[in-house]
Design a protein around this ligand. Structure first.
Ligand SMILES: Cc1ncc(C[n+]2csc(CCOP(=O)(O)OP(=O)(O)O)c2C)c(N)n1
Ligand code: SF4
Ligand SMILES: [Mg+2]
Length: 287
């Protein structure tokens, strides 16, 4: 299999993100992470949701599944259980994953499905022109909330931690090298890994812009954070104000989901002979 390079990971598709969109940083970090880890293109499966983030599917020359809105996690779960050899990476939006797709999130985390979820958290529905999402800040004014968002936002990192996720991290698009390292750590982690990415939507979110984050962001590593300390992780995940932490909040080793399934543990479905399934008998039982 061919080694991935910055050249062969590119596609011929015209990029339609707005100039200056934070998604360009996510794309660069992802391509560099795949190159650094040397994962053959044939072994990467990119699953995306619906939204501006989902277009990343068009710009990375690997296997892909552009799913339906909110369903990145169930699609990734199916793919990984069928073919253990694939590195299954999902790109979802904050609307996509934390609104329409929220129900799938705690369950994938607690089951420790061995997939990597990278969310482009720009705190708006970008593609549909800037409506609020569950991570929009209180008071955010949009076409659908002319008087500002009333309810408080949800914090995805806290939901992930409360659901026993085994890898919980946050990056941001203004530091592509740091984001790349987080993606690499997530890909190398055995189990469910979330990297929530603070992604700037320059067109519709005029509040959480590059300067907003530059003024607030600090790195957990530089503050001596212990990523094996669950309660310290929860405390850091609750920080959102003058200071916003990025880095690995929490990481723990625990068995992955398929290790609890004797029928999948050793041999993935894709390698099991079809005749062992007894499909005709099964159909006869139903008729
Ligand atoms: C089932 C379904 N519901 C609603 C929509 C309309 N829709 C398309 S994208 C989107 C939200 C996108 O926001 P987000 O997931 O945050 O992605 P972004 O565009 O910000 O990257 C919505 C509601 C849809 N396409 N399908
Ligand atoms: S609308 Fe926002 S998220 Fe979508 S491409 Fe433009 S800047 Fe990026
Ligand atoms: Mg969004």
């Amino acid at each position: 299999m061919e080694r991935p390079t910055r050249i062969n990971l590119k596609t011929d598709e015209t990029n339609t993100w707005c100039p200056g969109c934070g998604n360009f940083g996510v794309l660069r970090a992802l391509q560099s992470a795949i190159v650094d880890l040397g994962i053959p293109r044939e072994q990467v499966m990119l699953v995306t949701g619906i939204g501006c983030h989902g277009k990343i599917y068009n710009y990375v020359n690997v296997n892909g599944f552009h799913g339906i809105h909110g369903r990145v996690l169930p699609v990734m779960t199916g793919i990984k259980l069928v073919n253990h050899d694939l590195t299954v990476i999902g790109h979802a939006g904050d609307g996509d994953q934390y609104d329409e797709g929220l129900g799938h999130f705690p369950h994938a985390a607690r089951r420790n499905i061995d997939v990597k979820l990278f969310t482009h958290n720009n705190k708006v529905f970008g593609l549909t022109t800037g409506q609020t999402s569950p991570t929009s800040i209180q008071g955010y004014v949009s076409k659908t909330t002319p008087r500002g968002v009333f309810p408080p936002r949800i914090e995805p990192l806290k939901i992930a931690l409360a659901s026993n996720a085994s890898f919980v991290a946050r990056g941001w698009v203004g530091d592509v090298d740091h984001l790349k390292e987080l993606m690499k750590a997530a890909i190398q982690h055995k189990g469910f890994a979330l990297v929530d990415i603070l992604q700037v939507c320059i067109t519709f979110n005029r509040i959480q812009n590059y300067q907003f984050y530059r003024d607030r962001i600090y790195k957990l590593k530089e503050q001596g954070h212990d990523s094996s300390d669950y309660y310290a992780a929860m405390q850091r995940a609750d920080e959102w104000g003058d200071k916003i932490p990025i880095g690995i909040f929490y990481q723990v080793d625990r068995p992955i989901y398929r290790s609890s399934l004797p029928q999948l543990e050793k041999t993935p479905l894709i390698k099991q002979p079809l005749k062992a399934v007894g499909f005709s008998e099964f159909l006869q039982e139903l008729t």
